[in-house]
Design a protein around this ligand. Structure first.
Ligand SMILES: Nc1ncnc2c1ncn2[C@@H]1O[C@H](COP(=O)(O)OP(=O)(O)O)[C@@H](O)[C@H]1O
Ligand SMILES: [Ca+2]
Length: 485
């Protein structure tokens, strides 16, 4: 005869059913109540008006985390067609018009209900610094035109201005260190200026106060060393190199920094039309000269070295041109033109020793111009012609200028972006102006939703089991199983 299961009494069945219903109800209520609400985002827009071109960046962060840490991300970027705003000195209106296409894109990217509260900034760097030195009126007109154009959009326009070299260097450092976990120096190479920023080991800021910036980031105070070298961006430094080699006003010039077989006609007035070289213009020169290539890395390095002044230094130590620089410290992120050039040359890998970098460059510079063009039919010819010079300049600036050695060179990472945001000063600039540079370390992260659900379920189950056990006195008696001997 089949024995009746003692658990099948009405009481235990009722208790079990009620228990299961209670657990399901508890978990459902808890899960629904604490479901993460769909994220609401806030936005900020920064226009980087560089010497060679303007780029627009849209940043995004969770709305409720305004003052919190490390949550601002680049949502979108747009490259403005044409040249930098400083090139519109003669026709300022066009500087404003040039921005409209990217601004329209921004209107589409930022949800319209957020337009009015979205701050919009424009920061101009060394191109406008030079125009401002050369022709103040023209620089003001460009800003007027740009301002007028930007105010025509529905965002919260916060102004357009020239960043100082210190700001450019310091905000580049903030961007890198906001996004990265360990403290990293920042190396930024532009077309018209270049910046170096890092936290020195022992830093006596009193030696050169103009090179020091203090920041509080993620609970730590930093004394940052930063310097911006105007005219040492790769386009202006090329002008200086060409100027150095055309002092006597020749009709043809043989240049070790360009490939053998390279030959173009250049205009003297155009070459010397920049405050970085205007004083060196030869008194008597023809209208044009023929610029031909020789392709010799070592000779090119000698030319580049003449552009640095190592003779005077009134501090305990200097990089070049009498500028104070404490000993290099830690790892570095090198971005903008550092990355473009080294990436083209396949030299971004930090494991490549400095000597190999030089050997590869020597080999690259020697390659005939025809061959280079054939190998890279899609690369813009202006860039292509200049990679030998730019690569040589980068190596020389880092080693002779900033004193990187073969050991410390391997601590430089050539980077385009970090965690999806472009490396550059724009993010740091916006964080600073919106008071969003996180001063304190992030709170320990709260329990993720899945973890929360699991814990609620396990506790509910435990309670249920305890409840069942507590009913033990009224459990039906188990009938003894026949013993097997
Ligand atoms: N693909 C590329 N290859 C080589 N150089 C590039 C490339 N894209 C941009 N550049 C260069 O990077 C530099 C960017 O400088 P930019 O930010 O405009 O000037 P600055 O920061 O001095 O105001 C320019 O010299 C530009 O020619
Ligand atoms: Ca730049």
């Amino acid at each position: 005869m089949k024995e009746k299961n003692p658990w099948h009494t009405p009481l235990t069945i009722i208790i079990t059913v009620i228990g299961v219903i209670a657990i399901v109800a508890l978990v459902t209520v808890a899960v629904l109540q604490n479901r993460p609400v769909p994220q609401k985002y806030k936005y900020g827009i920064v226009l980087d008006a560089g010497s060679s071109h303007t780029a627009l960046y849209i940043y995004e962060w969770p709305a409720e985390k305004d003052n919190n840490t490390g949550r601002v991300e680049q949502k979108h970027s747009c490259k403005v067609k044409g040249k930098g705003i400083s090139s519109y000195a003669a026709e300022p209106e066009k500087a404003g018009v040039s921005l409209t296409e990217c601004m329209r894109e921004a209107e589409m990217q930022v949800p319209s209900r957020r337009h009015q509260e979205t701050p919009l900034y424009l920061g101009a760097t060394a191109g406008m610094r030079l125009l401002n030195i050369e022709n103040r009126e023209a620089s003001d007109k460009v800003f007027e035109a740009v301002e007028k154009a930007l105010q025509g959009f529905p965002f919260s326009y916060q102004g357009a201005r020239i960043l100082s070299g210190q700001e450019e260097g310091a905000f580049g450092w903030v961007t890198v260190n906001y996004l990265d976990d360990q403290t990293t120096g920042a190396l930024d190479l532009g077309g018209a200026s270049t910046q170096i920023s890092f936290v020195p080991h022992e830093y006596d800021i009193s030696e050169s106060p103009s090179n020091s910036v203090a920041f509080r980031l993620y609970g730590n105070d930093y004394n940052l060393y930063t310097h911006s070298f105007l005219c040492y961006g790769k386009d202006q430094v090329l002008r200086m190199a060409l100027a150095h080699q055309t002092q006597s006003g020749p009709v043809t010039m043989s240049d070790p920094c360009f490939h053998p077989g390279y030959s173009v006609t250049r205009n003297y007035n155009a070459l010397y039309d920049s405050p970085c070289v205007s004083e060196r213009k030869p008194k008597e020169a023809p209208l044009n000269f023929t610029h031909t290539g020789v392709g010799n890395f070592f000779q090119c390095q000698e030319v580049v070295k003449t552009l640095f002044n190592f003779t005077s230094c009134k501090y305990s130590r200097c990089s070049f041109n009498g500028i104070f620089q404490p000993p290099l410290q830690g790892s570095f992120g090198a971005f903008s033109a550092y990355y473009f050039v080294m990436n083209f040359l396949n030299l971004t890998d930090s494991s490549i020793p400095l000597e190999t970098v030089k050997a590869n460059l020597a080999n690259y510079c020697e390659t005939p111009w025809n061959q280079i063009k054939q190998q890279h039919p899609k690369v813009k010819e202006k860039y292509l012609a200049e990679y030998c010079f730019s690569g040589t300049y980068i190596v020389t600036l880092l080693t002779e200028g900033y004193n990187f050695t073969k050991e410390t060179f391997s601590k430089i990472k050539f980077i385009k972006e970090i965690k999806g945001s472009d490396a550059g000063w724009t993010l740091g600039y916006m964080l600073n102006l919106t008071n969003m540079i996180p001063a304190e370390a992030p709170d320990s992260p709260p329990l993720p939703h899945a973890g929360y659900v699991s814990i609620v379920t396990v506790i509910a189950l435990l309670l249920f089991i305890l409840f069942i056990l507590s009913l033990r006195p009224i459990w039906p008696k188990c009938s003894k199983q026949p013993q097997i001997v």
